[in-house]
Design a protein. Structure first.
Ligand SMILES: *Cc1c(COP(=O)(O)O)cnc(C)c1O
Length: 399
């Protein structure tokens, strides 16, 4: 079927992330038919697209509309996601003698995390392709975001989350009208329930990287970082990696901007750091060569719920980013995350998610080991607000 449409999207097709086999970008797709692995959206980047194509009046991720996969604007399901601020952390910079330390605050997104970007994009595409309902296994934030965007789109929403997830995540899903299934275990156990419940595929499974468009929403962080920093990228970017959509998406954005000529020809892309929780650090283990891959890895719960992803489907793609960027992978303990939350709270007035605190503590570790130097430009990605995590952290501000 050919869809005839007035579109300003530059999307051309989808590619299997393993072998590059093309798949149509104009019908409903999940993973690649050849390898059962993530599909990556490709755009026409050769035809010149000036930076003036950015819609400056649109203070959301939709300002990069032509580099997003949506064909018809009327299908956009938006709550104002993206274009979050980059904040200078002067107090911590002077305390640690750092030349440049900034934080992109994704906690300011609708539903309180950067999951809003990916789910706005995925649910918009689902609407465009006639989907009636969606299902997702989640560590918390993805379920909340999916519930909100499905509500806005008038779709059914089914969310499976670990029983131990803080109450605020569950409550918010209920208030958006989602059906919530609580599961004993971690996100991979939720995923098993989703596979069983949705064996006939009557709902669209928007699990991380099991459909091609969440990554396209999350890549807008990469475009924003470049635009907000005057098309000059930081030396090092630290990111809390669970399923890895953001890490993969930001790197994809950097590559797209290089192809478009939006970055200086001699640009040095940032070294990308994946930060995990000691309780669940599959990527760190594989990166350090302690296991061939994470397919048998068992993780434990962590106060950084978003990092409890023991067997990420996108592991090979994340490892590529770390290798191509000459980056690294670091893990952080539960106590260290609390210390990071205290520091960002008391020094900078930011109540970040434990995931965001982990990223700051990883920067400290890498400074101490000499991998990072104090005169480099450091960008921390805080992926969520601390407000939903109260049961994990309450009362621990004073230690
Ligand atoms: C989901 C989540 C992460 C991990 O993001 P991925 O894209 O799955 O790597 C990090 N932080 C928070 C707050 C999250 O909700």
């Amino acid at each position: 079927m050919t869809i005839c449409t007035e579109t300003s999207s530059r999307i051309t097709n989808l590619e299997c992330s393993v072998c590059g086999a093309p798949h149509s970008a104009f019908k409903l797709q999940r993973v690649s038919v050849c390898h059962g692995m993530p599909l990556i959206a490709r755009y026409d980047l050769l035809d010149p697209l000036p930076k003036t194509s950015i819609n400056l009046g649109e203070a959301s991720m939709w300002r990069y509309r032509e580099l997003l996969p949506l064909l018809e604007d009327e299908n956009r399901v938006s709550l104002g996601e993206g274009f979050t601020p980059i904040i200078a952390l002067q107090n911590l910079a002077s305390r640690y003698n750092l030349r440049s330390l900034v934080l992109k605050d994704e906690g300011k997104n609708p539903t309180g995390s950067f999951k809003a970007r990916g789910l706005s994009m995925a649910i918009s595409k689902a609407k465009e392709l006639g989907v009636q309902g969606c299902i997702v296994p989640t560590a918390g934030n993805a379920g909340v975001a999916m519930a909100a965007y499905c509500a806005k789109a008038g779709m059914r929403a089914v969310v499976a989350m670990p029983r131990h997830t803080p109450k605020a995540f569950k409550e918010e899903c209920y208030w958006y009208g989602a059906e919530v299934q609580l599961i004993d275990g971690l996100i991979n156990d939720c995923a098993a329930w989703v596979r069983e419940t949705n064996a006939d595929g009557h709902l669209l499974d928007v699990s991380t990287l099991k459909e091609p468009y969440r990554i396209e929403g999350k890549k807008t962080m990469g475009y924003e970082i470049a635009e907000q920093l005057g098309w000059h990228l930081p030396d090092v970017l630290l990111y809390p990696a669970g399923g890895g959509t953001g890490l993969i998406g930001i790197w994809k954005a950097f590559r797209e901007m290089q192809a478009l000529g939006w970055l200086p020809a001699d640009v040095k892309l940032p070294r990308m750091v994946a930060v995990q929780a000691e309780n669940c650090q599959p990527l760190v283990e594989t990166f350090l060569g302690r296991q061939a891959n994470s397919q048998q890895y068992n993780g434990k719960p962590t106060i950084a719920n978003g990092l409890a992803v023991p067997r990420p489907l996108g592991e090979p793609l994340m490892l590529n980013v770390l290798h191509e960027s000459q980056g690294t992978a670091v893990s952080i303990s539960e106590d260290e995350m609390l210390e990071g939350m205290r520091e960002l709270g008391k020094q900078e007035g930011l109540f970040v998610a434990p995931e965001g605190a982990a990223v700051w503590m990883a920067a400290r570790k890498l400074l101490a080991s000499g991998w990072l130097s104090a005169d480099e430009q450091i960008l921390l990605l805080n992926t969520g607000s601390g407000q939903k995590y109260l049961e994990n952290v309450e009362g621990r501000y004073d230690q």
